[in-house]
Each structure stands twice: as structure tokens, then as C-alpha cells.
Design a protein around this ligand. Structure first.
Ligand code: ADP
Ligand code: MG
Length: 454
């Protein structure tokens, strides 16, 4: 029993760095807000972590949009092709296909976009659309600068992509060229958007008060509707509506400088986050994303478990090669373990069996504690970000559309976010509305709004 107590204490103290006090979260909220302001201002934009890119999406749906639309959605994990019909304030999905793109992270730009065009052509063939020219919305969820709805120059890859020949290029052009190279399909690409914008627009289609969009999938990002007068970096027209969706690209919040130091989240960064940085192609970049999103949380859990094992606190000190394999512990396992309420911890045991470990119930309890420490930290940091956005929006009631598998499937993140946001934005009512598949449907909606305004 005494031994158990010592182990408990060691576990608690090792996880202490993952628990943030409310004053620390308020600090994160204020730092995020400050970075957002830096991003919006011409003078400080270049040095801001949070770039606050104007999306050129100004008008939200008014319900009169109609027609048939295609959408392409490239996230970090899947490529999706959608065919939707919009009318009478309803977006009806007629067909959809999904392809895993994890093997395309290191190819060339030409190969990536040829692949996309090929899947699109296949889809159109299968759905009898090959003779048609349909309007298309393109969701491409990586950081880029826009000069219009149909221009999107990639600044830097994230989510461990390093496809060559795309950084500094316009992905709208790359897509058009790939389609042209085939020569067998014809589409009218009306907009390039990211998944947050899609989620906001998709949510706004049903909830007119929706002013923010959040993604929590492979990566994380958020956007919101800002008053044009607050957007110093905007140099487009100032015709009504005097508003614009700002893509925060908040994944980069806390980035280190070129020498590897100086990030504003430095005081919260743990040794596990450092290790994650070292294992990724964008070391020192996308710090906030790496502390909060699906691509990374599983690996953070694994790193903690390895350390606990080596300290003899868990698994009887038995370390296996599997457990030492980077990225082997998927973020979905965190969900399976946290949601498992069976008395004999079946989910947890079967996951570790795959790694060659027969584990006891008391180990399962410890694993669960680690998982929930990592997922709650993510939920709380994200809430601090949303609180900053809500503060900037300045309305009493705010609806935030959310999409992404981590938000959707994790058993506790939703609740923790709702509670934490209430604490961090006490004078506002923030409602998170799950916008299932917002990122793909949203691209079709943006295309539909663009078509209506043409
Ligand atoms: P994308 O980011 O490509 O748009 P998703 O929104 O589906 O795709 O997010 C994929 C990410 O969500 C993966 O990185 C994975 O880690 C995470 N994920 C998938 N299933 C679950 C789950 N059941 N629980 C928690 N995270 C999950
Ligand atoms: Mg997505």
C-alpha cells in the first residue's frame, strides 16, 4: 500500500505540468488575444504568430442559394469528394467518397494534385457528372495567403506534410492545372477555403448567429467574423457587408523564432511537447496545434507512458519495442480508453495487448489518468483560444460551429470545453454547435454564395 502511494505521487507529480490553473488559462487567453491583434495590424502582422488571414468570404448564406455543387476537402488525413444539392435552406448530400492520403505526405505537388484530379474524375464518372460543368468549392486546410476567393498561396505545410513544389505556389492554380492535364472533366472552381471557414458557413446556414468556426481534427484552427474596420491588413474593397471571415491560423500560436526560442507558450511547454517538436518536420512551429490536436495527443500520451514505465511506476517497468515506437499510440485510443466504463477495462487491455503488454487493472487506471490529463489540457487551451475570439467579437451570445474527429469522438472534450469557456468568458454565452462534416459542405455553400453574388 505504501508503495502504491509512492507510485500515485510519482504519477501525480509527473502529470502536474499538464494541469493548468485558471489564472494560467486566463493568461493564455490574453496572449492569444494579443497575438490576434498583432496579426490584424499591418505594422505587426509579419512578426505575429497568429496570422489572421482575410479569407475573402464576406457574405454569409441568406437561404436563397440553390443548385448542384461539387466539393473537394483536403484535411490532414482524408481527401473527400462531395456532390451536394442546395435549395430551400437545405444542403442535401447526394454522393461522397473518401480516400486516405497519409501516403501522399512526401510526394511532389504534381503527384498530389494529379491524385486529387483523378479521384474527382472517378467520382464524376461514377455519379454521371462527366458531361457537366459543375461549380466546385475547394477546402484546403493548410496555411495560405489569399488575394481573392480563387487564389491561395501556401505559406508552409503543417500536419507533417512536406509535399515538394507547393510552398509559395497557388493551390488554386495547381488544382486547375491538374484538371487541365487530364482534359476529361470540366469544373468551375469558385472558391478555395479552409475547413474552419467551411464549418462556420455550414453552421451559419442553419444558425444565423454563428460567428465562429473551430476545427479539432488532425490539426486545429479557428475563424470568426470580424468587422472590416478592425482589419488593418485588409486592402480589398470596403463595400457592404462590412465584415469578413478571418482565418486565425491559430495552430501557429506560441511558435519559436528561427533560433528555437522565445515562444509565448514557453512557460507551459513540457518535456513531452519538446520531444514532439523534435519528432516533427516543423520543429518549433505550430506549437499550439501540437499541444491540442489529433495528430499529436496520442504521441504525447505514449511519451508519458514510456517515462512512467522507465521510472517503474507502470507496467511493472516492462518496456516493449512497440511502446517505444513513435506515433504507434493513436489519438483515437485516448477516446476508447477514456470512454470505457467496463469494470475490467477491456478497451485499455486490448490496446496494450497489441503492443505486447498484458496489463493489470491498476495500470489501466493510471493509463486513463494520463489520457485524461492530456485531453483535458488540450480542451482547456482550446477554450482559452475561443474565449479570446469571443472577447474580440464582443457579443453577448455567440455560436461557434465545430468540426473534426477529435471533437466529435472524444467522450469528454466537449464538456470540458463548454465548462472552461464559461469560466474564461463569464459574461458571454458561448454555444458550441457540432457541424458534422462542415468542412466539406461548407465549401459547397461558399461556392453557392459566390454563385448567387455573381
Ligand atoms: P481531417 O483533419 O483530415 O479533416 P478528421 O477531422 O477526421 O480529419 O481528423 C482526423 C484526426 O482525428 C486523426 O488525426 C485522429 O487522430 C483523430 N481521431 C480520429 N478518430 C478519433 C477518435 N475516435 N477519438 C479521438 N480522435 C480521433
Ligand atoms: Mg476536416
Amino acid at each position: 500500500n505504501a508503495d502504491e502511494n509512492i507510485e500515485e505521487n510519482e504519477l501525480t507529480s509527473m502529470l502536474k505540468c499538464m494541469h493548468h490553473r485558471i489564472d494560467q488559462l486566463i493568461d493564455v487567453k490574453e496572449l492569444m488575444h494579443r497575438e490576434m491583434m498583432k496579426g490584424l495590424s499591418k505594422d505587426t502582422h509579419n512578426t505575429a504568430d497568429v496570422k489572421m488571414y482575410p479569407t475573402y468570404v464576406r457574405a454569409t448564406p441568406d437561404g436563397t442559394e440553390s443548385g448542384d455543387f461539387l466539393a473537394l476537402d483536403i484535411g490532414g488525413t482524408n481527401l473527400r469528394v462531395l456532390y451536394v444539392h442546395i435549395s430551400d435552406k437545405v444542403v442535401k448530400q447526394i454522393a461522397e467518397t473518401r480516400h486516405e492520403i497519409k501516403d501522399l505526405k512526401k510526394v511532389t505537388g504534381i503527384q498530389l494534385f494529379d491524385y486529387v484530379a483523378e479521384r474527382l474524375a472517378e467520382f464524376m464518372e461514377k455519379n454521371g457528372l462527366k458531361e457537366k460543368t459543375l461549380p466546385l468549392g475547394f477546402t484546403f486546410s493548410f496555411p495560405y495567403v489569399q488575394k481573392g476567393l480563387t487564389s491561395a498561396t501556401l505559406t508552409a505545410w503543417s500536419k507533417d506534410f512536406e509535399v515538394s513544389g507547393v510552398e509559395g505556389e497557388d493551390v488554386y492554380v495547381l488544382l486547375q492545372e491538374a484538371i487541365k492535364r487530364r482534359g476529361d472533366i470540366s469544373v468551375n472552381v469558385l472558391a478555395v477555403i479552409n475547413d474552419t471557414t467551411g464549418t462556420l458557413m455550414s453552421c451559419a446556414f442553419e444558425h444565423h448567429d454563428c460567428v465562429a468556426g473551430l476545427i479539432l481534427g488532425t490539426g486545429t484552427n479557428a475563424c470568426y467574423i470580424e468587422k472590416l474596420e478592425n482589419v488593418d491588413i485588409w486592402d480589398g474593397d470596403t463595400l457592404p457587408p462590412q465584415q469578413i471571415i478571418i482565418n486565425t491560423e491559430w495552430g501557429a500560436f506560441g511558435d519559436r523564432d528561427a533560433d528555437g526560442n522565445g515562444g509565448v507558450l514557453e512557460h507551459l511547454i513540457t518535456e513531452y511537447d519538446d520531444e514532439i517538436n523534435r519528432s516533427t518536420v516543423n520543429d518549433g512551429k505550430h506549437i499550439f496545434e501540437k499541444m491540442t490536436s489529433g495528430m499529436y495527443l496520442g504521441e504525447i500520451v505514449r511519451l508519458i507512458l514510456v517515462k512512467l514505465t522507465k521510472a517503474g511506476v507502470i507496467f511493472n517497468g516492462n518496456i516493449t519495442d512497440d511502446l517505444e515506437t513513435k506515433w504507434i499510440f493513436k489519438t483515437k485510443y485516448i477516446s476508447y480508453i477514456e470512454e470505457d466504463t467496463s469494470v475490467n477495462n477491456e478497451a485499455c487491455k486490448s490496446i496494450f495487448k497489441k503492443f505486447g503488454l498484458e496489463i493489470k487493472d491498476e495500470d489501466c487506471e493510471k493509463v486513463k489518468t494520463v489520457c485524461s490529463a492530456v485531453s483535458s489540457r488540450a480542451a482547456k487551451l482550446l477554450s482559452a483560444g475561443i474565449a479570446a475570439i469571443v472577447c474580440q467579437v464582443g457579443r453577448k451570445e455567440v455560436i461557434c460551429g465545430v468540426d473534426g474527429s477529435l471533437y466529435k469522438y472524444h467522450p469528454n472534450i466537449k464538456t470540458i470545453m463548454a465548462e472552461t469557456t464559461k469560466l474564461l468568458a463569464p459574461f458571454m454565452t458561448v454555444q458550441y454547435v457540432e457541424s458534422s462534416d462542415g468542412s466539406g459542405r461548407g465549401a459547397a455553400i461558399v461556392a453557392a454564395v459566390a454563385q448567387r453574388l455573381k
